[in-house]
Design a protein around this ligand. Structure first.
Ligand code: PEP
Length: 249
């Protein structure tokens, strides 16, 4: 199976219109290899501007969150259809910050994943263990519990269209990265766990690594057989550094 390498930027609640302009100017000027897909996920208010400014066919735009509902009295929420309306193609679901700060359960993450797929968006479903969970030897149990509602909700076709992001919580924004070997081992476990439900989908799905990825460490991580790219926070706000990662330089 030839899976594309996905380089996804999660700006979180950072950036402004001048970053939108600087990032698109830089990325519009580069050639992204066909085996690579770049995705920029800005805060929702900048989705329209970013979509309009982006002229690189190798760059897609993504949301950072969506509602599990289609429409209605849900003040402050954004639906899959609204993202679709703005030509958004991807959406991050279940980032650890949403799981911990906004109490998003794995069941809710599964519903949001389905809502995204129903509108033809590609969900980037985040999973990952805390430092304490890893130290207690619970990593695989935690990842299985996060994956199972998604696996139970989707049919085989839908599952094949999901991108997963393994983001150990202890590596997000901390400067601590999982070693390439440790990340590969965990990605292998995730793929095998998906294969226990659906072998074909397990082969198709991209599994990104996230957690302090930067221009200095991405190559070793992305070279691992079960790591299909990265979800990048801090380094995705730095135009030159992010451009380097997109170019695979
Ligand atoms: C993230 O926000 O998904 C992330 C991985 O952040 P950072 O790269 O800053 O660790």
């Amino acid at each position: 199976m030839n899976r594309k390498t996905i380089v996804a930027a999660n700006w979180k609640m950072n950036g402004d219109l001048s970053l939108v302009n600087a990032m698109t100017a830089a990325l519009n000027a580069i050639n992204i290899r066909t085996e690579q897909q770049v995705v920029i996920c800005p805060p929702a208010p900048y989705l329209g501007a970013l979509t309009q400014a982006n002229q690189n066919p190798g760059v897609a735009i993504g949301g950072q969150n969506l509602s599990e509902h289609q429409s209605g009295a849900y003040t402050g929420e954004v639906s899959a259809l609204m993202l679709k309306d703005l030509s958004v193609q991807y959406v991050i679901v279940g980032h650890s910050e949403r799981r911990s700060m906004y109490a998003e359960s794995s069941e809710l993450v599964a519903s949001k994943t389905k809502a995204a797929l129903d509108q033809g968006l590609t969900p980037i479903v985040c999973i990952g263990e805390s430092e304490q969970e890893r130290e207690q030897g619970d990593t695989e149990k935690v990842l299985s519990e996060q994956l199972n509602p998604v696996l139970a909700t989707l049919n085989s076709n839908e599952l094949s269209g999901v991108v997963f992001a393994y983001e150990p919580v202890w590596a997000i924004g901390t400067g601590k990265t999982a070693s390439a070997e440790m990340a590969q081992q965990t990605h292998r476990f995730i793929r095998e766990h998906i294969a226990a439900t659906d072998t074909q989908a397990a082969d198709n799905v991209a599994i990104l690594y996230g957690g302090s990825v930067n221009a200095g460490n991405y190559q070793e991580l992305f070279a691992q057989p079960d790591i299909d790219g990265g979800l990048i926070g801090g380094a995705s706000l730095k135009v030159e550094e992010f451009k380097k990662i997109c170019l695979a330089e």
